[in-house]
Ligand binder design. Structure first.
Ligand code: AGP
Length: 611
């Protein structure tokens, strides 16, 4: 999730843009840049690294101009470096573009533009936008942008300035990349997030999906991409800066839980084609179809939440690909004589790409000749420099220490990997794969439905906040869901919690149960539903309070459960994406009731870079 700012007015835009970008620093980024228009034309500066480096560059080589764009980049396509930083220019150097999101069809556009003689300098998808505007520029930049928007596919927020039309900023939004206009006195501001505007104005106009805005110092014109005028009054923002950074949510963790529908959508973007075939080739590097057909085993490794996402992947790969799949905690993999060889595909999962145990496990796997596929959220991180190919999750920066949206993004990546591998190896009829892929594309909406249950979950959480111990139960592909729910609860509320395979209850844990030990069970549709239902009945017989994640119309569950958190029916293979959200919210509300530091739990770090 990149940061975008724009200014046009009577003042020098440079200090205003830098200050606005600084207000977006909390989101995390890897490079920053600025472009302005002045009497010399379009000028800019950009660099990898923090804003401070850009400020130093501007100190040595000052810029000024009453109209400008600024950007902080969270890399999705192309490593973090100076060249890939935004803004990106066209060949003539008269058009500058900043962008947030994914241009799904950038590869074909890039090839077409190169054939027309456009020269590209970066590895980014963004650069095709500036060249495409140039190719459509017949003297009216606004019209050229409209024609460009008609060709772009994907979710994006973008900003454009041109030295050929120095009196206007142009912005457009398609999908979940926010853009807000700030209305000042004879000056206008645009930003991708409210904190960047608050010190200048509280009068704001949200640009919605499929809309474009042309901003001059005296006002703005909002239209559809096609040009149909749209009327929208400014709204006054009452948040303070801290509230604005969390978009009004009480904690970053809650904001990130609610970002999950758009994160799943972003992670899927461009990876399921129009026929509902999953195609990951362009991004898997040397891990091509031939190699994927040659492997005889898969080993998945990671830590904490990443490990749980990998476990969901294990069930998916076993079911759809039919290969032996081993799970190994990275800290165990390192010292446990792992049996991997050149016929093994090792999936190393890490949100940060910097977790020490996962990095070392990846090195050992490589050292034994295995093919290493990294599943990572941070472009250019250590793991992505070790692996043979990276399947990026597009979770954006996750501020809360407890992983939520990045877990969902990792599970989404597991679904994509399993569908891709099954197609390449021909282990499942194409029609069945397309059914699953189509159902996968509907998951964002399913997660949205579950998030609407937050108030019910908050009420249930209040009844659990005094518990000393909680048991989470799941079976099959929801066993990792139970593990993840337990991890969330213990790491942010400090209540002891265990995730267990429900079939294991009678082998020990059932001795724990009494009326003081709540049991949270995932009882959704699938071949193990009856089995887990009987495990829940056993727990009920021990007077344990029973909370079920289940379907609203499941009468059997209603007969047993004290509380039901309803979730929609989805393909059982995809259920973990939907079923984890209630458990995240349960942990969040319990921790919040207890007054715990939800975003920064005690003893924990966001990234464990030491053993
Ligand atoms: C999960 O909420 C924790 N933040 C932790 O278990 C985390 O998943 C683990 O440290 C792995 O981090 P990584 O994904 O960055 O490698």
């Amino acid at each position: 999730m990149c940061g975008i700012v724009g200014y046009i007015g009577q003042r020098d835009s440079v200090p205003i843009i830098l200050d606005s970008l600084a207000r977006l620093e909390y989101r995390g980024y890897d490079s920053a840049g600025i472009a302005v228009i002045n009497e010399q034309g379009l000028r800019g500066s950009k660099s990898v690294g923090k804003l401070a480096r850009l400020v130093s560059l501007l100190h040595d080589d000052p810029l000024h101009g009453s109209i400008g764009l600024g950007h902080t980049r969270w890399a999705t396509h192309g490593r973090p470096n100076d060249v890939n930083a935004h803004p990106h220019l066209d060949c003539s150097g008269s058009i500058a573009v900043v962008h947030n999101g994914i241009i799904e069809n950038y590869a074909e556009l890039r090839e077409r533009l190169k054939a027309q003689g456009h020269r590209f300098v970066s590895e980014t998808d963004t650069e095709v936008i500036s060249h495409l505007i140039e190719s459509h520029d017949k003297g009216d930049v606004v019209e050229a942008v409209r024609r460009t928007l008609a060709e772009l596919r994907g979710a994006f927020g973008l900003g454009v300035i041109s030295s050929k039309d120095p009196s206007r900023l142009i912005f457009a939004r398609n999908g979940a990349s926010p853009l807000i206009v700030g209305v000042g006195e004879n000056e206008m501001f645009v930003a991708s997030d409210i904190p960047a505007l608050l010190q200048y104005t509280r009068e704001t106009v949200v640009i919605q999906e499929g809309e474009m805005v042309v901003v001059g110092s005296d006002g703005y014109k909002l239209t559809s991409f096609e040009g149909a005028p749209i009327e929208r009054k400014a709204l006054r923002i009452t948040w303070n800066a801290a509230q604005a950074e969390k978009s009004g949510y009480k904690h970053f963790m809650l904001k990130e839980i609610f970002e999950q529908p758009s994160v799943v959508k972003e992670t899927l973007a461009g990876r399921i084609d129009e026929d509902y075939d999953v195609r990951l080739e362009p991004e898997l590097g040397s891990i091509d179809d031939e190699l994927l057909r040659s492997i005889s085993k898969i080993c998945i490794t990671g830590c904490g939440t990443a490990y749980h996402a990998g476990m969901v992947g294990m069930y998916l790969l076993r079911s759809l690909v039919g290969l032996p799949v081993e799970m190994e905690l990275a800290s165990e993999f390192r010292y446990g004589d792992p049996v991997v060889d050149p016929a093994t595909l090792v999936l190393a999962i890490s949100q940060s790409g910097e977790t020490a145990d996962t990095i070392e496990a990846a090195k050992i796997a490589k050292g034994r000749g295995a093919t290493l596929l990294g599943v990572c959220n941070v472009v250019g991180s250590h793991l992505t420099r070790l692996d043979d190919g990276t399947l990026y999750t597009r979770g954006g920066p996750e501020i809360g220490v407890a992983a939520t949206k990045t877990y969902t993004a990792q599970v989404t990546a597991m679904i994509l990997a399993a569908l891709h591998l099954a197609r390449v190896r021909g282990t499942v009829p194409p029609q069945r794969l397309r059914e699953i892929a189509r159902a996968t594309s509907l998951l964002p909406a399913a997660v949205d439905v579950v998030l609407n249950e937050s108030d019910r979950i908050k009420r249930i959480a209040r009844t659990m906040s005094e518990a000393q111990s909680v048991l989470f139960l799941g079976r099959y592909i929801n066993y990792p869901t139970a593990l993840e729910g337990a991890l969330k609860l213990k790491e942010i509320s400090y209540i002891h919690a265990e995730g267990y395979a429900a079939g294991e209850m009678k082998h020990g844990p059932i001795a724990l149960l009494d009326r003081r030990t709540p049991v949270v069970a995932v009882v959704t549709s699938g071949h193990v539903r009856e089995k887990i239902l009987s495990n829940v009945a056993e727990a009920k017989a021990r007077e344990a309070p029973i909370i079920c994640v289940a379907h609203a119309d499941d009468a059997d569950v209603a007969d047993i459960a004290d509380e039901i958190i309803p979730v929609p029916r989805v393909d059982p293979l995809l259920a973990p994406i939907v079923n984890v959200a209630p458990l995240q919210l349960l942990a969040y509300h319990i921790a919040d009731f207890k007054g715990c530091d939800v975003d920064q739990p005690r003893n924990l770090a966001k990234t464990v870079t030491v053993e």
